[in-house]
Design a protein around this ligand. Structure first.
Ligand SMILES: [Fe+2]
Ligand SMILES: [Fe+2]
Length: 208
């Protein structure tokens, strides 16, 4: 499906600011797909559609959760802004745009660390999480920790160090969520722990 059709659809479900963010994420996805030799079309589709569910009102998304049989496995996943908009968006683009590719749908579902997809650690899923922070329209002024993380993440992600980038992003998000009192998804802690062991890294890597 041509990208202008995605844009037309998104204009009906997200705010103009979110659309701008989505286009930024698509651009970064495209660049990272080059770095990691990934499917360009899938990368761009994931990027532009990842937040399709984020601006829906509760009566609409509650209906989609039911209709799409979206299972909430952990209590924190009921938080819409931080977690649940991801699987809802995935179901929405499946229903409205006829997207059927499992990897695209799973990358959208897991961009908030939601669920237990077999594709959770696919490079496209990690590039999606990187792009969400790296896209150029995002303004992290006042969030010193994230601002510094983004600078380092940009260097690491663009130099092809996928797992180091994953450790940095996950570790910093955990710290940031804790600071803000946002419940941390168990997948975030498990991911960080597994990468720490695999890469031989500890929290000193996250110091800024
Ligand atoms: Fe999102
Ligand atoms: Fe996003």
């Amino acid at each position: 499906m041509p990208e202008h059709q995605f844009v037309s659809f998104l204009k009906t479900v997200v705010t103009p600011k979110r659309l701008e963010h989505s286009l930024g994420v698509m651009q970064v996805m495209s660049e990272l797909a080059e770095v990691y030799d990934l499917d360009q079309e899938k990368a761009r589709t994931i990027g532009i559609l990842h937040d399709a569910g984020k601006d829906l009102p509760p009566h609409v998304y509650n209906q989609l959760v039911e209709e799409g049989n979206i299972q909430i496995q952990y209590a924190c996943e009921a938080n819409y802004i931080h977690y649940l908009h991801a699987p809802v968006g995935s179901y929405l683009v499946q229903r409205e745009l006829g997207i059927t590719d499992d990897l695209i749908l799973d990358a959208i579902t897991t961009h908030t660390y939601f669920g237990s997809s077999q594709h959770f650690n696919d490079p496209l899923c990690w590039c999606m999480r990187f792009s969400d922070l790296l896209e150029p329209t995002r303004n992290w002024e006042g969030e010193r920790m994230i601002l510094e993380c983004v600078k380092r993440l940009r260097e690491i992600a663009y130099s092809g160090k996928l797992e180091e980038g994953a450790f940095l992003e996950t570790g910093v998000l955990i710290k940031w969520f804790e600071e803000l009192g946002i419940p941390v998804h168990p997948n975030m802690r498990q991911t960080k722990q597994a990468l720490a062991v695999k890469l031989g890294l500890d929290d000193s890597f996250l110091e800024i």
